[in-house]
Design a protein around this ligand. Structure first.
Ligand SMILES: *Cc1c(COP(=O)(O)O)cnc(C)c1O
Length: 362
């Protein structure tokens, strides 16, 4: 069976480095908000080309902390793509804000910038873009709209560590960005983890305090904060894996290119990209009319797949209250997508087999 994603194999490559760094943490006996966290935050902000990185407990918290840090609350509207993982939208509603869903572009699966302006009201505070599946959003138009209406641009970069728009990395493309380091992400730890990145000094200080019980220094609480921190072991693992992120992403690009050049089946729609460096291929998503049939066929032929995602957020029970359910493009995408294996540890034989099996599907 070709696994969808072999996490054991991914981390096995760094076992010695990880083991020795965890041993040092145990020897030292300092587990939270210590040197490992500081080192990783410095290295990741340097990597992204952004001033601040603040570690937190997970990607959902990162987005939450940004919205809370900006003070967006009751009834404030935040524009967000309809086609995303539900976490993006949960972060908005958890703060009492209203998610305003915008249809994606069927070619990139990312938010369609041409549909944003019509959704802006007096209550709109921000545009939250999602670099979905690993492809950076084309930001020019987003920036123009944000400037015109004085809106914040927030990035959900949970699927796009290392992706670039015009040479600028995701995480440095908006006013603030949230990353997830969930194990399966391109940069993943061995548990839960996340971070906020920003060039905004005021927001950075606020997020750091809110994430640590609302405290700016020990036992001094200026916000009703939360406990959302990146622990030392996760920070250490991330710092080790960060060194290999670019080469891992390069491997993903090679596989993606091979798939795009060699999968030739009239029933399959391959992903479209606007620039090689824009995409880090968190997942390789294809579309087909009869997705369940293809999934079964691949399973029978030893290929594990996944669906990102089967049901759009506006059709989930959690969001019965949403008024705008006329989102046909998002629904079509959710109905037709299927993700095939891609990872830096796939062998050439495995990649070849995936192509061969898909080309034999009818
Ligand atoms: C993974 C993911 C998140 C949430 O990250 P967690 O660390 O699991 O909380 C948010 N948005 C997107 C697009 C994601 O893929």
């Amino acid at each position: 069976m070709i696994k969808f994603l072999d996490l054991q194999k991914i981390n096995e490559r760094y076992r010695e480095e990880i083991d020795s760094r965890i041993k040092k943490i145990l020897d030292k006996g300092w587990y939270i908000l210590g040197n490992e966290d500081k080192i990783f935050e410095e290295n990741f902000s340097k990597y992204l080309g952004v001033k601040h990185c603040i570690g937190c407990a997970n990607g959902l918290d990162a987005l939450n902390l940004i919205i809370r840090g900006y003070g967006f609350c009751n009834g404030d509207e935040i524009i967000v793509p309809a086609n995303t993982y539900i976490a993006t939208i949960l972060a908005i509603s958890e703060n009492g804000c209203t998610p305003v869903l915008v249809e994606p572009d069927i070619n990139t699966y990312n938010i369609n910038p041409d549909l944003i302006e019509a959704k802006i009201t007096k209550k709109t505070k921000a545009i939250m873009v999602v670099h979905l599946y690993g492809q950076a959003v084309q930001m020019e138009k987003i920036w123009q709209i944000a400037k015109k209406y004085n809106l914040k641009v927030i990035e959900d970069s949970a699927q796009a560590h290392g992706a670039m728009y015009n040479g600028i990395k995701t995480g440095a493309l908006g006013d603030a960005s949230g990353f997830s380091f969930y194990p399966g992400k391109n940069l993943g730890c061995i548990g839960d983890g996340g971070c906020v990145t920003t060039n905004d000094d005021v927001l950075a200080a606020k997020v750091r305090a809110i994430a640590n019980y609302g405290s700016d220094y020990k036992y001094h609480h200026i916000y009703k904060g939360v406990n959302s921190r990146l622990d030392e072991i996760q920070a250490a693992v991330l710092d080790i894996k960060l060194k290999y992120l670019d080469s891992d992403n390069q491997k993903r690009r090679q596989i993606a290119k091979f798939y795009r050049d060699n999968i030739k089946n009239p029933q399959i729609i391959l992903p479209k990209i606007y620039d090689e460096n824009a995409h880090v291929w968190h997942v390789f998503v294809i579309r087909t009319q009869n997705r369940d049939k293809l999934q079964k066929f691949l399973e029978e032929n030893g290929i594990q797949t996944n669906i990102h995602y089967p049901t759009p957020p506006h059709r989930q029970g959690a969001y019965n209250e949403l008024e705008n359910k006329e989102l046909p493009i998002s629904e079509q995408i959710h109905k037709e997508v299927i993700s095939i294996p891609i990872s830096p540890v796939m062998t050439d034989d495995e990649v070849n087999k995936v192509v061969e099996v898909i080309n034999n599907y009818d």
